[in-house]
Design a protein around this ligand. Structure first.
Ligand code: MG
Length: 177
């Protein structure tokens, strides 16, 4: 079992659609960026690649490469999952925190979870997305942009128990589950 973390931030930019976790959120400024600016997808990519010690979003999809201009970041996430699969790894679960003053994230959480889960090839019950404000402090609080933290568990695809075998043995072991 391996764990990785990811972080991303993007500045709001008028005239672009706002896409977070693969979900287009209406009536709000979008995010600047070479791709679609989906900071949720980018943080999750960094978390799963980090768990695999396989680089990050910038090393696999560099902004200097026009291939990724205005790219659908959920497709980049699918490609990152394929990188893991090439190393006999698969995602166990991910947990994401989105920090911004606006828009409200809560109404879009379930749609983001479904979109991320499809790309990660795991059940929606293994994907968590949580929204927070920054209590109006600093650059997030003034509405300049959004920050996203993500944590991912990655397991060996070769393990028939999905990496969830009990370290302490049978019942009464050190890790009762
Ligand atoms: Mg990014």
């Amino acid at each position: 079992m391996r764990v990785g973390t990811g972080y991303d931030s993007h500045r709001f930019a008028e005239g672009r659609p706002l896409v977070l976790g693969g979900v287009t959120i209406p009536d709000h400024a979008g995010l600047s960026g070479h791709s679609d600016g989906d900071a949720v997808a980018h943080a999750v990519i960094d978390a799963i690649l980090g768990a695999a010690a396989a680089g990050n979003v910038g090393s696999h999809f560099p902004p200097s490469d026009d291939t990724w201009k205005d790219a659908d970041s959920i497709e980049l996430l699918r490609q990152a999952v394929r990188i893991l699969e090439s190393r006999d790894l698969r995602v166990g679960n991910v947990d994401v925190t989105v920090i911004c003053e606006t828009p409200k994230i809560g109404p879009h959480v379930d749609a983001m979870r479904a979109c991320l889960a499809e790309a990660l090839r795991i059940p929606g019950t293994h994907v968590s997305v949580k929204g927070k404000t920054n209590e109006r402090m600093g650059w997030i609080g003034s509405g300049e942009g959004v920050a996203v933290h993500a944590v991912a568990l990655v397991e060996s695809a070769a393990d028939p128990l999905g990496g969830r075998s009990r370290a302490g043995g049978g019942s009464g072991g050190a890790w009762p589950l």
